[in-house]
Ligand binder design. Sequence first.
Ligand code: NAD
Length: 432
Amino acid sequence: MPKQQQALFDDAIRRLEQVADHTRVDDEVLSVLKHPKATLEVSIPVRRDDGSLSIYHGYRVRHDDTRGPTKGGIRFHPDVSIDEVKALAFWMTFKCAVVGIPYGGAKGGVCVNAKELSKLELERLSRGFMRQIADFVGPDTDIPAPDMYTNAMIMGWMMDEYSRIARRHTPDVITGKPIPLGGSLGRADATGRGAYNCIKQLERIKEWEPKQITVAVQGFGNAGQAVARLLHKDGYKVVAVSDSKGGVYSSEGFDVPSMIRVKSESREVKAMYCDGSVCEAVDARNITNEELLALDVDLLIPAAMENQITESNAADIKARHIVEVANGPVTSRADGILKDNGIMVIPDILANAGGVVVSYFEWTQNRQGFYWKLEDVHSRLEEIMAREFRNVHDISSERKIDMRTAAYVHALDRLGSAIEAQGTEQYFRAGG
Ligand code: NAD
């Protein structure tokens, strides 16, 4: 197990202990939240196209279901480990509580390099994983969704496999499905849009003039592209973007829709401004991911993966604000350094919650059999994101704590009141 990931769940618990001092929740609440409710480890045999058999390992963790069925994505990645999945499930519990949707947290993953599989092998793996976890998930118990290297089509296969096992059509077992299979309009860009809704609240509070605000986005994938596109449309200057191969920088700012177009033709971000037609008018240069993180910008948006800003590079960060679109891009030790340097961090459990909010909309639409217009999805998402951003910001201002601590306090208040409503030691002792 990679050392970095082993530390991830410990890091999540360390953060919980740090915020506990700012809340009045019962100690029992913290004890409950430090332990995932259930973990499942499975092996998935997959027949390869050449006739050979490969065995993959996968996990599903349900962290806490006090506030409702658990919810969380499934990722396909070679570095997936039980500790990483536990940490991601923990974050989902807090994320759902921050935005006040009636879910607990879960996560799943398969240890695989999906890029090395053919499409048929990927379908066999997806269906095989669902067969192994079918007794653990369900529309009223645990509802998966896409995450890194899984997509709508994979969700569709998994929904179909579950429906075959259940012998009834069960679209509400999984979200992030293709629209014709019961997916919601507006789910594809919901995470980026939710982060954009948060940034618009920040804009209001800080009285920003968008044209004067520079933005760097690490990770130009689904979520990173969506937030960059929406900010660009409002006049923000997106001066740098990157992917796993490297990045590009232009002090003038990029035309984001052109970049998305080129990237979708499966070209690397790095190559875009060197030999593509979009480069001609722009004075751009290649940069590394390390350089991107250290750029002197107003807004840094890590939208790639966890553990990107650590105690070893936190002191190099010059951005005034960080909006965490990825899960866990800033470690708890880096947090202190950023705080000392006056950098405001909008935490992942708030900033990237748009995806799970629209997943919740998808699940409610599936259960009702009644589908919403895109405008309704956008306006209901904005309403939730703006309301909860303001709630967290108010807690942060009133108690003079940073936004991350405030978001955890807000979530812990909701989780604590749900867990305490089932009775604590204090209650049972008083009852005799
Ligand atoms: P994605 O696979 O579509 O995009 C990820 C991008 O990051 C890719 O462009 C990849 O090349 C790039 N990348 C990978 N490693 C990198 C590195 N070291 N430096 C720079 N770029 C790198 O994934 P996504 O769905 O956009 O998710 C991105 C992050 O957002 C993940 O942490 C994910 O957990 C989180 N997130 C996504 C959603 C969602 O709905 N998509 C919801 C909540 C959180």
